[in-house]
Write a protein that binds this ligand. Structure first.
Ligand code: ATP
Ligand code: MG
Length: 257
């Protein structure tokens, strides 16, 4: 059975997509079978996996509206070593179209169930909001990975997400938990970042992943080549950190089982 994780944070530009595609590539590299689902109409995780979002026959939109299954809609990213269920602007309409349907927040969960046995990991890249799309992700998942920058308002922004996760846990998905907080774009030379990092550990203890992702320009350059940094430049510090993180996730799920 696949372990399903949302990469979520309602704050924009914190590194969700970078985390999703690089974790997917890192997991593939250590021999895991991975499906990456892009749940953001921006389609950045799709493009960043070398899949052209404008040329897809089916996307996550069709899956949520039940006009295609994941088995038909997914494509293989040969270069990256994982499968991709892509997204594009069309997905923005799904929010409205789903409003009146029954069990609208469980659509993704149902769809994943049909391909569950084919994967070790399903990773869901969420949009920067706590919308119905993100809710579909949270209802489908066993856990949430929260990438965050160690900045002044980091903890404050976290409380909305933590509350949403608590509510989903209580009402819709009793499996859901925060797997961990991932410190990203970290620069150890900045004292404030070290301080916030310490605060995070004091507050959340074990829930803070051991791996820290450094700020690394190769990770930022990779998407313009349609690749995760892990594939684009495996020797880069940021890429190595993501492979370490993939190994940490493999260890965590063996603890979860
Ligand atoms: P959105 O909320 O819009 O979906 P996001 O949370 O998915 O954004 P990303 O797109 O992953 O965030 O990252 C935001 C920007 O920061 C991108 O330009 C990305 O290349 C850059 N970036 C992410 N992680 C790193 C890193 N470790 N080092 C350097 N740049 C990074
Ligand atoms: Mg993103």
């Amino acid at each position: 059975m696949a372990r399903i994780f949302c990469i979520a944070n309602q704050k924009g530009g914190v590194g969700k997509t970078t985390t999703t595609v690089n974790l997917a590539a890192g997991l593939a590299k250590v021999g895991q079978r991975v499906l990456m689902i892009d749940l953001d109409p921006q389609g950045n995780a799709t493009m960043g996996s070398g899949v052209d979002k404008r040329k897809l026959e089916y996307t996550i939109y069709d899956v949520l509206l039940e006009s295609a299954g994941i088995a038909e809609a997914r494509v293989r990213s040969e270069k990256c070593g994982y499968d991709v269920l892509g997204a594009n602007r069309e997905l923005a309409g799904a929010e409205v179209e789903l409003v009146d349907v029954e069990r609208r927040e469980k659509r993704l969960k149902q769809a994943i169930a049909a391909v569950d046995a084919e994967y070790d990991f399903v990773l869901v890249d969420c949009p920067p909001s706590l919308s119905l799309l993100t809710l579909n992700g949270l209802c489908a998942a066993h856990g949430v990975i929260v990438p965050m920058q160690c900045e002044y308002f980091a903890l404050e922004g976290l409380s909305d997400l933590v509350n949403t996760i608590k509510q989903v846990h209580a009402n819709l998905n009793k499996d859901l938990q925060i797997i961990g907080l991932l410190r990203v774009m970290f620069d150890p030379r900045i004292t404030l970042q070290q301080q916030v990092s310490e605060q995070l550990k004091a507050h959340f203890g074990e829930k803070v992943f051991n791996t820290v992702i450094p700020r690394n320009v190769r990770l930022a350059e990779a998407p313009s080549y349609g690749l995760p940094g892990v594939v684009f430049d495996p020797a880069a510090r940021g890429s190595q950190a993501f492979v370490e993180f993939a190994k940490e996730m493999v260890d965590r799920i063996s603890d979860m089982r």
